[in-house]
Design a protein around this ligand. Sequence first.
Ligand code: MRU
Length: 349
Amino acid sequence: MSQALESYIRWETDELVLLDQTLLPGEVKYIHLTDEHDVFEAIRALRVRGAPLIGVAAAYGLVLGMNRQNYATLDGFMTELKAKRDYLASARPTAVNLFWALDRMVDRVQMEARMMPEPSALKKALLDEALKIHQEDRETTFKIGEHGLSLLKDGYGVLTHCNTGKLATAGIGTAVAPIYLAKERGIHVKVFADETRPLLQGARLTAWELNDAGIDVTLITDSMAAVVLKQGWVNLVIVGADRIAQNGDTANKIGTYGLALLAHSHGIPFYVAAPRSTIDLQIKDGSGIVIEERGAHEVITCHGFEIAPKTVKVYNPAFDVTPHDLIAGIITEKGIVHPPYRENLQKIF
Ligand code: MRU
């Protein structure tokens, strides 16, 4: 597969241009973001989403934010940089890639400032770092795809959850990256995609992009996963991640934990695919991961249609944590990490 794939996110002169994912699959519309507030809103509203892509977007958001003003002193520049970093970091709490990318941007400026303390040079360094984060993510997804491909055989069935593909990264995805490479190499893999309520990332996004790529994809509602596993149609479950703790506990889209339990009780290996930027070695286990709770309207409505009484009480966690003992392996750009995760995840850094 060509690494020069068309990306759903790009930097154009002084703007960040990205596909508004909330409109899919009905409308393919690119939006032009010109300041950090646009980027904050796009991340919070899930116009851009998926842990790696949120990191890329936030890095450009910091560039846009800092480019808007002129700074007379280094101190003034650094104070604003940190304030904008914190602002963008508050857009969503669970995917660690957001903080990872923003902190990498700040670190780069701190390093450059020792040699070139002029704000204009620091602005250039910020853009350079954002472009690097973007390009690295592209390359990382191909490596994840290569490692994950070693788990697939011709005729395999793979069940996946949420969207972890080209729409969620700058490249070919995480959990579906091996499937893209399998397709390219003539290995036939049948994909089952959970619809992923409440926001339907599986139906609106995964089904859309895999279908478009000519991959054999069957859409199911979340409640059909158990039956599909029981039929023996699935050899592997592969999902993405928003944050992986030291011990391998993994936060991912709500419903992932239930899927891991189902896979366990059917004796089907359950894999997580994620770049190292999703691994948070600061956090000992899943209990330290902040889980985003989103508004009631996402559950009361379904893609714009009202499906429940407006005043009913709603619980809407956007993610859950799958305990590490349900995970057969974590597919990274450095290879597949197996248990014990506390020991083996350290080794890839
Ligand atoms: O709320 P979202 O759509 O940003 O959630 C995305 C997921 O949970 C993905 O599975 C995860 O970010 C991995 S994306 C490669």
